[in-house]
Design a protein around this ligand. Structure first.
Ligand code: ADP
Ligand code: MG
Length: 212
């Protein structure tokens, strides 16, 4: 049997003696949508930041396509094919939409799925705003930009941390529609979101995390 796309094993991370992530393990299969469900403070964002290389685990291993990534810096993990849409969007506020997108542009493929044109085709609202600064966008547009920026790395696995947080219901619906289209294309996704009814429609598998 071939390895899962992402394999997280027994990952531990503490802050000031408190275990935020306490022996977490999960698999994400290629082409599948996996949700991570748990209450506030359960350690979901900490785990995503560890997987993406922004935080170090104290123990445990992480493999991507069968290769260890838990000692790699974030840019090498992104190059390996893991794209994070972080909690709170974290777009560059004083760069334009286009500069935000170009900032992460990378591809291991001769004919990448995601180019600037492909992003503007997928998110038509961004096309009309390509010269606007990040901080001039609405919340929904900022979220599309955050997703677009992650897609520009042409990720094999897209990780979304609360991507619909703080958006009006109509705008949330736009994001869910985009994610459903990515699913139809076979994009593998690992997602945390508070809107469980939409999440259960999208995801193939759910993993529960309680206290790390
Ligand atoms: P979730 O994303 O599931 O809401 P987090 O991963 O953000 O949870 O947080 C898990 C726990 O770790 C919480 O108790 C939080 O207060 C703590 N924590 C997260 N990041 C830090 C940090 N940088 N410093 C100290 N404590 C932190
Ligand atoms: Mg979180």
């Amino acid at each position: 049997m071939s390895a899962a796309l992402l394999e997280v094993r027994d990952v531990v991370r503490s802050f000031g003696g408190v275990r935020a992530v306490d022996g977490a393990s999960l698999d994400v299969e290629a082409g599948s949508i996996t949700s991570l469900i748990g209450p506030n403070g359960a350690g979901k964002s900490t785990l995503f930041n560890i997987v993406s290389g922004f935080l170090r685990a104290e123990a445990g291993t992480i493999a991507f396509e069968g290769r260890r990534i838990d000692r790699l810096p974030p840019h090498r993990i992104a190059q390996a094919g893991l794209g994070l849409v972080p909690e709170g969007r974290q777009i560059f506020p004083t760069l334009t939409v286009e500069e935000n997108l170009i900032a992460t542009a990378a591809s291991r493929f001769a004919t990448p799925r995601w180019t600037l044109d492909a992003i503007y085709d997928f998110f038509p609202q961004l096309a009309g705003r390509r010269q606007h600064m990040g901080n001039e966008l609405s919340g929904g547009e900022q979220q599309m930009l955050a997703i677009g920026r992650a897609l520009m790395t042409n990720p094999k696995l897209l990780i979304l941390d609360e991507a619909t947080e703080g958006l009006a219901p109509m705008l949330r619906l736009d994001i869910w529609r985009c994610l459903a289209r990515l699913k139809d294309e076979g994009q593998a996704i690992l997602i945390v979101d508070k809107h469980l009814s939409a999440l259960v429609k999208l995801a193939d598998r759910h993993i529960i995390i309680e206290k790390g």
